[in-house]
Design a binder for this molecule. Structure first.
Ligand SMILES: [Fe+2]
Ligand SMILES: [Fe+2]
Length: 244
């Protein structure tokens, strides 16, 4: 498995805890999962041998009791995504928004990058709010319906979006956009590092944004790398079942 010519996505899906290691090393495992591990290491200026060594340690530390989302019911995976990750985004967006406005109003003059941060965060917040709604109201219920009809050998009402590949493609583009916005925010804030003399709110804001970014990476990983490919496969099987 520890073959450097495999993609980041394959490692993220197959090796337990690999996403935690990638997060720490700054390797993009959600939107940039299609890259080879060797390429990603070169780009991030990391030694491929060191990363492979760390992955082999990680691989042997499979937490007993951890859910294997590659095999779990899709309804359970969706429930996990909505409860843990959508719940977190909905709770954090208003809190970070209040903090962002407060810090920008107080320190924007001495730290003009805060004004750009504020703009980017507002755009991210709007995009993510509508993104979560589309997943919860349109895409996820259809995927659950496909899974149920496979189990019960039933039929699925043809969705108004044609095939599940269409909303998935749209969701992936929106993930890329959110990922790019956070990358820009990270770049202009020196990796979400508040100035040493920054007030408590400044520190709290940047710490909150760092955590928000890490959670979003894990969230997008579960959707792009596990849920979406499985949803496409399930829909195909439903069609085959209907034809035969
Ligand atoms: Fe989501
Ligand atoms: Fe999503």
């Amino acid at each position: 498995m520890l073959d450097p010519t495999r993609t980041i996505r394959e490692f993220a899906v197959e090796v337990p805890q690999a996403t935690r290691l990638f997060e720490k090393l700054g390797i993009d495992y959600c939107c940039g999962g299609g890259k080879l591990l060797s390429e990603a290491c070169t780009e991030a200026n990391l030694s491929l041998d060191d990363v492979l060594r760390s992955l082999s340690v990680t691989d042997s530390q499979n937490e007993s009791g951890a859910v294997d989302w590659k095999r779990a019911d899709l309804a359970d995976l969706i429930d996990h995504i909505v409860t843990k990750h959508h719940g977190y985004v909905k709770q954090e967006l208003p809190r970070l928004d209040r903090l962002m406005n407060k810090v920008a109003a107080k320190h924007g003059q001495n730290h003009p990058e805060l004004l750009r941060m504020q703009e980017l965060f507002a755009a991210l917040s709007t995009e993510l709010t509508s993104h979560l709604m589309k997943e919860e109201q349109v895409l996820f219920p259809y995927v659950v319906q496909c899974e149920r009809s496979l189990r019960e050998s039933g039929r699925v009402h043809p969705p108004m979006f044609g095939t599940v590949r269409n909303p998935i493609h749209m969701m992936e583009l929106e993930h890329d956009s959110a990922g790019d916005t956070l990358k820009e925010m990270r770049a202009i804030s020196s990796g979400f590092t508040a100035p040493e003399n920054g007030c408590f709110s400044f520190q709290t804001l940047y710490q909150g944004l760092r955590e928000f970014e890490a959670d979003l990476h894990q969230h997008i990983h579960l959707e792009n790398n596990i849920l979406f490919p499985r949803a496409i496969e399930f829909e195909t099987r439903v069609h085959e079942q209907t034809v035969t």
